[in-house]
Write a new protein. Structure first.
Length: 297
């Protein structure tokens, strides 16, 4: 049964079994599609995640494919799946059409994002007739009704927010007031960043919705540096030292990534996080190992 994600987290808190979720991106090739549906998904579904999500692509470039993948996962695996939706390159009318199609296909959960500019870099420009901020997309979804609405949070502050992380967190609180039912964070490698983020939002800004930490099990030094440069996530000194010492030995980096993410997840769950969201990079190995380490595999 396809359920609202905030309901899944509410029930998880009640039972003492934090909700686990995994994220995928739309593959660019037919071979990638086969790998996702014939290998990655079966392996991770066997570990019992509570739900998954599918990204939208820079500039909304994978709109149709994202929707079809979400639909297929829910039908073939019976797994609640959240569809990402961005403001980029879309008018309000076009977004409404996407939401009509999503609802017709039984999609109940939407992660509302401003989104990256086309190509993933450069200045962000509002589409004429569209939305400039993700809070407007959240409000649009709330007005339409029928969806569980998620939004993104940034424990270290958004890379484009010159006013600093607390200003950014204030905008996140506004998105929650606009109608977001839950928050999924960007990746981070130091749990202190998430804990400060959570405490400020809950104690200072009155946010009560689930704040779900997002973790990336690293698999490559080069790739990790690229990701963090793009999104502004910090590589803590000891973490970076270890990564540098492993160099281009991707097998060793993968083992380190499993070890680090396992420790992160264990501590976050002890500290009361409502669950963990794993950025899988469409691979089952690392996330599957971590889930087994957590007693979920």
């Amino acid at each position: 049964m396809i359920r609202g994600i905030h309901e899944l987290h509410r029930d998880a808190v009640a039972t003492g079994r934090p909700a686990i979720s995994v994220e995928f991106f739309p593959p660019k090739t037919e071979e990638g599609d086969r790998t996702l549906f014939e290998k990655t998904l079966p392996a991770l579904v066997a570990a019992g995640p509570d739900y998954c999500s599918v990204t939208y692509g820079a500039g909304g470039t994978t709109r149709e494919k994202t929707l079809s993948i979400v639909d297929r996962i829910q039908k073939e695996f019976g797994l609640t799946t959240m569809m990402h939706l961005t403001c980029v390159n879309a008018t309000q009318a076009e977004l409404g059409q996407v939401l009509d199609e999503a609802a017709a296909r039984g999609v109940r959960n939407i992660l509302a994002l401003r989104g990256d500019p086309p190509g993933g870099t450069g200045p962000w420009t509002k589409t004429e007739g569209g939305f400039e901020y993700s809070s407007q997309l959240v409000a649009f979804l709330k007005q339409r009704g029928g969806f569980d609405i998620g939004t993104a949070g940034f424990p270290e502050g958004h890379i484009a927010q010159a006013g600093g992380k607390r200003v950014d967190w204030g905008y996140l609180a506004e998105k929650v007031r606009a109608g977001a039912h839950f928050v999924v964070t960007q990746l981070f490698f130091d749990n202190a960043d998430y804990l400060e983020f959570r405490d400020h939002l809950t104690r200072k800004l009155g946010v009560t919705v689930p704040l779900i930490p997002g973790l990336l099990p690293v698999v490559s030094r080069t790739q990790t540096k690229k990701f963090t440069q793009l999104c502004g996530a910090r590589l803590p000194g000891p973490f970076l030292d270890r990564l540098e010492s492993l160099g281009d030995d991707d097998a060793a980096v993968t083992e380190f990534g499993i070890e680090h993410a396992t420790r992160q997840a264990e501590e976050l769950l002890r500290e009361g996080a409502p669950g963990i969201h794993f950025y899988t990079l469409n691979r089952a190995h690392s996330t599957g190992r971590i889930l087994r380490n957590l007693g979920r595999g």
